[in-house]
Design a protein around this ligand. Structure first.
Ligand SMILES: NC(=O)c1ccc[n+]([C@@H]2O[C@H](COP(=O)([O-])OP(=O)(O)OC[C@H]3O[C@@H](n4cnc5c(N)ncnc54)[C@H](O)[C@@H]3O)[C@@H](O)[C@H]2O)c1
Length: 254
């Protein structure tokens, strides 16, 4: 119960890593604001949490819209009085694969709107509240694509690299204000984004094998294995860690 009496917000909590993180926070006693642009997914997460006696609420929010993001933080504070932890997990791939000279404008724009602008808007709203109350912890979900090149995926790769830069910059700015900001860089994690999204690994056994073998452990990660690290970075077990971009990668970068 590391998060008893804490208020935690998770974006992208309607699916995959975000859902696993919201469920884990609730299991450890937090009041959890489940935020997602997908109402059905968000409500499913809320149902999963309330079924086990957890305290949670869903808010439908598009993180690419600054006003909606402001409303999201205001909702957490309005309901529960504070915001202790935020995991900014909502993200997109842009949906298309192409080499850089042919990379489509719409895929670039989607990555910039959600991964880049959206993560900034979330951090700004969360930091404003955390400054007001005197502390907090933020974890931004970047990617292995934040630390190395990702062929045919420049929009995603560029915006995930930017998330690490934003994380480090903010970590320095607020290091003496009792606010820690870290990033996670997962490799292949078995979620709808990877299995059914741009790469559709579910229906592509060859590519699935390649993604499996990229990890030294010769398996993909489970969303819970990312959630566990996100919780640790938000917890009082990591009070001297800020500005870190931590891989969760089954040994891929080793
Ligand atoms: N799955 C992987 O292998 C992997 C690896 C590295 C990083 N990541 C990152 O982890 C995060 C979560 O990914 P996932 O694999 O769980 O994907 P997912 O598609 O299962 O979940 C992403 C969630 O974000 C929500 N979302 C998308 N755009 C949004 C917006 N504008 N506003 C609010 N919510 C929005 C979606 O509705 C969805 O519920 C993403 O940032 C992704 O880039 C995933």
């Amino acid at each position: 119960m590391r998060f008893q009496n804490k208020v935690c917000l998770v974006t992208g909590a309607g699916s995959g890593i975000g859902r696993a993180t919201a469920v884990a926070f609730a299991r450890e006693g937090a009041r959890v604001l489940v935020a997602d642009v997908n109402g059905t997914g968000g409500e499913e997460t809320v149902a999963q949490i309330t079924a086990t006696g957890g305290i949670t609420l869903f808010i439908n929010v598009n993180i690419a819209d600054r006003q909606q993001v402001g409303g999201m933080v205001a909702r957490a504070v309005g309901e529960w009085g504070q915001l202790d932890c935020a995991v900014n997990c909502a993200g997109v791939t842009g949906g298309k694969s192409a080499p850089t000279h042919e990379y489509p404008d719409d895929a670039w724009a989607q990555n910039v709107a959600v991964n880049l602008n959206g993560t900034l808007f979330c951090m700004q709203a969360e930091l404003t509240q955390m400054l007001r109350q005197g502390g907090g912890a933020i974890v931004n979900i970047a990617s292995a694509a934040a630390l190395k090149g990702h062929p045919n995926n420049i929009g995603y790769c560029a915006t995930k690299h930017a998330i690490v830069g934003m994380t480090k910059t903010a970590a320095i700015e607020y290091a003496t204000r009792n606010i820690r900001i870290n990033a996670l860089c997962p490799s292949a994690i078995e979620t709808p984004m990877l299995m059914d999204g741009r790469l559709n690994l579910r229906n592509n056994p060859e590519l699935r094998e390649k993604f499996t073998n990229d990890q030294a452990m010769k398996r993909m990660g489970h969303p819970d294995e990312v959630a566990d690290v996100a919780l640790w970075l938000c917890s009082d077990q990591s009070t001297f860690i800020t500005g870190h971009a931590m891989t969760v990668d089954g040994g891929m970068f080793a």
